[in-house]
Design a protein around this ligand. Structure first.
Ligand code: 13P
Length: 249
């Protein structure tokens, strides 16, 4: 049986002081339960401070992006080694906001995914269709392209990644995919993973759902057979709602 994995994507929110306050509240309210893992992904500027607060707790630390190169002349970018040094074990890659606002492509997401794995970070690779694509029945095609493009040539490391299915139309909109809509795409992703790496690897990969997951819809979404967790935006910015989602898991 796969465990559940709830991660908070804080996006471009929280100063260091605010981040420390939230992490402190999470640490004191979190009780580790078997089969449920949790992580938070603060902005780069708060990783160090949040990592220090969470030290000794079972809540893991993740970043929201990284560069594929080890080091060099890449002004404004951050390398995997820098994230590891601050205690990160996860890195979100290819979030739809990075794809649509910052020009990331399946190719760049694939390069970053390979680099993260090589460095020993667990990538949380995001895929998802827009509302237009869903309305024009392009969801399967888009998801297939993103999965095959972003996860090409991972070799034996396919089972070391996490995938987040985030329908773009559900992110920050209050619109959530119904449990059946989400499960349908999660099952498709699992089938694609079988084609990429075989049944055993595909069964190990955790596939999170993201897009307006809240305490009141988490339980139903998380009870679907291929929904192994959540990547939470808005509801991860407050300790009580994030902890409530972890409890639902
Ligand atoms: P919301 O939970 O705010 O919809 O954001 C989801 C998301 O983008 C997580 O990465």
């Amino acid at each position: 049986m796969r465990s559940k994995f709830i991660a908070g994507n804080w996006k471009m929110n929280k100063t260091v002081a605010d981040a420390v306050a939230l992490a402190t509240a999470l640490k004191s309210g979190f009780s580790a339960k078997p089969g449920v893992a949790a992580a938070v992904c603060p902005p780069f500027t708060a990783l160090d401070a949040v990592g220090k607060v969470l030290k000794g707790s079972a809540i893991a630390l993740g970043a929201q992006n990284m560069h594929a190169s080890k080091d060099g002349a890449f002004t404004g970018e951050v390398a995997a080694s820098m994230l590891l040094e601050l205690g990160c074990s996860y890195v979100i890659l290819g979030h739809s906001e990075r794809r649509t606002l910052f020009g990331e492509t399946d190719k760049s997401v694939n390069e970053k995914t390979q680099a993260a794995l090589a460095a020993g970070l667990t990538p949380i690779v995001c895929v998802g269709e827009t509302l237009e694509q869903r309305k024009s029945e392009q969801t399967s095609r888009v998801i297939t392209e993103q999965v095959f493009g972003s996860l090409a040539e991972l070799g034996g490391s396919l089972d070391k990644i996490v995938i987040a299915y985030e329908p773009v139309w559900a992110i920050g909109t209050g619109l959530t995919a119904s449990p059946a809509q989400a499960q349908e795409v999660h099952a498709l992703i699992r089938k694609l993973l079988v084609r990429l790496g075989g049944e055993a690897a595909a069964q190990k990969v955790l596939i999170q759902y993201g897009g307006s997951m809240k305490p009141d819809n988490a339980r139903e979404l998380l009870s679907q057979p291929d929904i192994d967790g959540g990547l939470i935006g808005g509801a991860a910015l407050k300790a009580d709602s994030f902890l409530a989602i972890i409890n639902a898991a």
